[in-house]
Write a protein that binds this ligand. Structure first.
Ligand code: 5RP
Length: 273
């Protein structure tokens, strides 16, 4: 099933036709116009294809990490269906309150990392991924819990549509979860740290549509770093790891084992070296 190292990866055929241009960031949600034998193929159907592929890794008895976001949500729905259909016995740790509520409503047995500190498999979406399977995550403000859960799993697998794949990370603003205390001082330290690591860009406080401040599940706030290009993601991640006041950044370096990417030809599997 596995592709050769990284790209182009193995295509798992789905007979998808693709008649759109790949774009990123804000535009990506409107970017795809897909047809399968004449019928429109929605973004949700693409996400479902990637999620369904990842579901084949799940076996009865596993301890799972459940991601956050629209793609992970589809995975959790499919997981619950399969558990009912096949009587799979699983336990899972959710990466956010939203995923916890969804999983609970679907009857998926939940545990915590305190009860179950090691997981077999974690599955989650991503905002961007590069050829080395370095990721930007945190578009849903859940990257702190996501990183804790995904680092606790023996295997971490990404599910996404191919518009998330980029040559260089950074077009998607890098989420930085910070404590509210001393925000401006932390922001200044972050700006200096980012510059010392070779990037530059504005740090914007993340707001909801109604103008109120986004709060994470841990009660912190998010600064989004608009960097455009991150030339050396590992170096930036290492630099950010030392900034006081920053709880966690959205760079996931060397964590993902593979990615299932829904493409015009089918689901491609990219595997990390
Ligand atoms: C949440 C995340 C999500 O995985 C990421 O934002 C991708 O979400 P979606 O599947 O909705 O595109 O990191 O914090």
């Amino acid at each position: 099933m596995d592709a050769g190292v990284n790209s182009p990866g193995l295509i798992l055929p789905l007979a998808l036709g693709f008649f759109g241009r790949v774009r990123h960031g804000e535009e990506r949600k409107h970017a795809l116009s897909l047809l399968v034998m004449g019928s429109p193929m929605s973004m949700d159907e693409l996400k479902k294809a990637a999620a369904a592929e990842a579901l084949t890794l799940v076996e009865s008895g596993m301890r799972l990490g459940l991601g956050t976001g629209s793609t992970a949500k589809i995975f959790v729905d499919l997981l619950a269906e399969r558990m009912k259909r096949e009587g799979l016995k699983l336990i899972a740790v959710p990466t956010s309150e939203a995923t916890r509520q969804q999983a609970e409503a679907l009857g998926i047995p939940l545990t915590t990392l305190d009860e179950t500190p090691e997981l077999d498999l974690a599955i989650d979406g991503a905002d961007e991924l590069d050829a080395d399977l370095n990721l930007i995550k945190g578009g849903g403000a859940a990257h702190l819990r996501e990183k804790i859960v995904e680092l606790s799993a023996k295997r971490f697998v990404v599910i996404a549509d191919e518009t998330k794949e980029v040559k260089t990370l950074g077009k998607f603003p890098l989420p930085l979860e910070v404590v509210p205390f001393g925000l401006e001082a932390t922001k200044a330290r972050l700006t200096r740290a980012i510059e010392s690591a070779g990037s530059v860009g504005e740090l914007r406080l993340r707001l909801k549509a109604d103008g109120s401040i986004v709060k994470t599940d841990g009660g912190n706030i998010i600064l989004d770093a608009h960097l455009g290009v991150i030339k050396n993601p590992a170096h930036l991640a290492e630099t950010l790891d030392h900034v006081t006041g920053l709880v966690e950044h959205g760079l996931f370096i060397g964590m993902a084992e593979r990615a299932y990417l829904a493409t015009r030809e089918g689901v491609r599997v990219n595997k990390r070296a």
